[in-house]
Ligand binder design. Structure first.
Ligand code: SF4
Ligand code: SF4
Ligand SMILES: [Zn+2]
Length: 238
């Protein structure tokens, strides 16, 4: 289990907190203090500046807190779209057929009722995943969809169709990680997560490459296809 130690400002709210080590009020020692969080448990402590200096920063890597939120809030509203869990075609077999809908598509057919030609990605229309156990673990962990593997990385699809990975701000375990696209992902995430995110990104990129600019996303609320024209942030998992 890793411990994250960070320097925090002494504020009116925390200035009277006793230092875990020496017991002095943290505000009496300096205008800065140290706070620690033990990932994987709710334990946290505050140290005065002097005692906190001696604590070692062991890691700032992402660790899942098993809160279950990302498997329970799979349906998300994103601008014009309500979207579900992103599923590659061969991943749909793990989910109930009547809950599977198309998600990403390309091309164009039909003059009177224009619609996409080829569906590349499907989605699950369900807020809670049937594979989550009461203990917030995944029943199909080894076979879970690539997007579950990539979580908490999301993909941002830019107007020019380039795709960037960014940190999903709603994941509690990733809260301390800056949520912009310029961070060095390997500072915070395991190779596994980065590889899965790259695989999902490469899949979409290949699809977009064949699309001649015509990209569609299926909205679960209206049950209609809508053309993607602007920069779209797609939180692939809530
Ligand atoms: S939301 Fe984040 S911390 Fe919570 S279970 Fe999902 S990955 Fe883990
Ligand atoms: S497949 Fe597993 S990891 Fe993915 S949403 Fe379902 S329970 Fe969560
Ligand atoms: Zn102290």
């Amino acid at each position: 289990m890793s411990l994250v130690v960070e320097l925090v400002k002494v504020t009116p709210r925390n200035r009277n907190f006793p230092c875990r080590e020496c017991g002095r009020k943290v505000g009496d020692v300096a205008d800065q203090a140290y706070a620690t969080t033990k990932y994987g448990s709710k334990k946290s402590a505050t140290y005065c500046y002097e005692c906190g200096k001696t604590k070692e920063v062991t890691t700032k890597k992402f660790e899942c807190l098993q809160c279950g939120s990302c498997c329970r809030n799979l349906r998300v509203n994103m601008g014009e779209w309500t979207l579900g869990l992103f599923l590659l075609p061969d991943e749909t077999k793990f989910f109930p057929e009547d809950k599977i809908f198309p998600m990403w598509a390309i091309g164009l057919k039909g003059r009177s009722r224009p619609r996409p030609e080829t569906i590349g990605v499907f989605q699950l229309d369900s807020a809670t995943c049937i594979h989550m156990t009461e203990k917030n673990t995944c029943r199909i962990y080894d076979k879970r969809p690539v997007i579950c593997h990539a979580h908490p990385l999301s993909l941002t699809i830019e107007q020019d169709r380039t795709i960037n990975a960014s940190v999903n701000a709603s994941c509690k375990g990733a809260r301390k990680i800056p949520s912009n696209t310029h961070i060095k992902l390997s500072d915070y995430f395991s190779d596994d997560i980065i590889k899965a995110s790259a695989a999902a990104s490469a899949y979409l990129q290949r699809m977009f490459h064949e699309s001649a600019g015509l990209i569609w996303l299926f909205d679960l609320r209206s049950h209609k296809w809508k053309r993607v024209t602007e920069t779209t942030v797609i939180q692939l998992k809530a």
